[in-house]
Design a protein around this ligand. Structure first.
Ligand code: H79
Length: 428
């Protein structure tokens, strides 16, 4: 079988993947912008989602903390309305983080938000219903931790949470069955699920995780659901997206990402808006709008999505630093979304000055950081037939030569993080 461009098809990417899932991957690559939500029992301590490990909180004490979780101001419709205003196409929310507490109704453990807390509601069900209401518009993905600091069968332990009083024994196969049973619940009780975003495998990368059977289970239960593993390794068979944590594809400032970038599956960069995933009451290091637009644009320039995180408060409200930035990004996308949504990586890979994206014969030059009037691009592989500014449509002067294309730019404006030049290209 021949793949695109007549090249032999990569065995895993095209031969074995059913059409439904290939279509879901295309949808994902088109979506470009998602909202990540880290929310759980840990939110109450306002010190991020790793607080149980970091402060060596004993299992029994954390179990008590969980009995007090009562986010009475949680409003799924308001969260989804915010997501829509922000212009995200999907939400990825923590169904169970490393603390092992299930934020959904599950028959597999009483340690869940419906049975263990005075809240007695299933926020994931409410969120799924809100995503699917009014004709939908937002897909819902579930973050699911393979690492568990609470479950007695998470044994042998990995690299984390050695000091919280768990027993030094456990039945690993029983733990795997527990996870598969919970995934079955998530994929059968919440309507169509965009996919499962796995995290925590890096706690013990060489354990017998039985990924093949878990991935097969997911794809059998929902053939269009994507498997997105945050294991920081090269994609394996059955995995649909390569995701990079706190880094653009190929970069490794975080210290645990891989330099390998898949050319076969869609890409995604997950990013905190400040320096924390879960609610952190003293973390005021919020990224500027200019920085956030830069991430969204550069991610798109690599062909990747941006999965931008918020950490709601324990009462269910979302802090104004998060909502203000999401509203601004939504307003920005209202003007510049044509150069982001539905695009793929452009002909010039991301540079210090910015990035390029493309849709068919249209190339979008995103100028993020360039003070001079002239910007020289390398050859684009096609002639430029017209050039104009996306905002306002004013024509842009360009000069083509064998060495490339030079654009004459309008001066930078402090309030505009990205000057987007639209190039209409074609062979003649
Ligand atoms: O959910 C968020 C984080 O809680 C989770 N992933 C995002 C999306 C995450 N947890 N840890 N990390 C990300 C970073 C991993 C750090 C590690 Fe290590 C470095 C894992 C292995 C080496 C820290 C040091 C843990 C073990 C040793």
């Amino acid at each position: 079988m021949l793949g695109l461009c007549g090249a032999p098809a990569p065995a895993q990417a095209r031969d074995a993947v059913p059409a439904e899932r290939l279509a879901a991957r295309r949808w994902f690559a088109d979506a470009k912008f998602g909202l990540f939500i880290h929310w759980g029992v840990y939110s109450q301590l306002g010190a991020g989602e790793w607080v149980m490990h970091n402060r060596k909180i004993a299992v029994g004490d954390y179990e008590w903390l969980a009995t007090t979780f009562n986010p009475t101001k949680f409003d799924a419709a308001a969260w989804v309305a915010l997501a829509k205003r922000a212009g995200v196409r999907y939400i990825t929310i923590t169904s169970r983080h490393h603390d092992g507490f299930s934020m959904f109704q599950t028959a597999e453990t009483p340690y869940n938000i419906v049975d263990w807390t005075p809240f007695h509601r299933d926020p994931l069900k409410e969120l799924a219903d809100a995503c699917h209401a009014n004709g939908g518009g937002i897909k819902l993905f579930f973050y699911y931790s393979q690492l568990d600091w609470h479950h007695p069968d998470y044994w042998p332990r990995g690299r984390t949470a050695w000091d919280n009083g768990r027993p030094d024994r456990g039945d690993w196969s029983r733990y795997l069955r527990f996870m598969d049973a919970q995934l079955t619940e998530l994929l059968t009780r919440y309507g169509p699920v965009g996919g499962i975003w796995f995290d925590g495998m890096w706690d013990k990368p060489d354990a017998p995780w039985q990924l093949d059977s878990t991935y097969a289970l997911i794809h059998r239960l929902q053939p269009a659901a994507l498997v997105i593993p945050n294991h920081h390794q090269q994609p394996r068979p059955g995995e649909d997206v390569q995701t990079f944590e706190q880094d653009l594809p190929g970069a490794n400032t975080a210290g645990f990402n891989t330099g390998y970038v898949s050319a076969e599956v869609p890409l995604e960069t997950s990013l905190t808006m400040n320096d924390s995933w879960g609610f952190n009451i003293t973390d005021r290091d919020f990224k500027s709008m200019r920085a956030l637009v830069g991430y969204l644009v550069r991610a798109a320039g690599y062909g990747a999505n941006l999965l931008l995180n918020i950490g709601p408060r324990p009462d269910g409200t979302i802090g104004p630093e998060f909502t203000a930035r999401l509203d601004s990004l939504g307003a920005w996308l209202g003007v510049y979304g044509a150069a982001i949504y539905g695009t793929r990586a452009g002909p010039v890979p991301p540079r210090s000055w910015g990035a390029t994206t493309r849709r068919g014969d249209t190339v979008f030059v995103h100028v993020l950081d360039w003070p001079d009037p002239e910007l020289a691009l390398p050859p684009l592989g096609a002639r430029v037939r017209a050039a104009y500014l996306l905002r306002g449509r004013a024509p842009v002067r360009f000069q083509e030569a064998a060495s490339g294309v030079a654009l004459t730019l309008p001066p930078p404006v402090a309030t505009e993080p990205d000057r987007v030049v639209v190039l209409v290209t074609g062979s003649r």
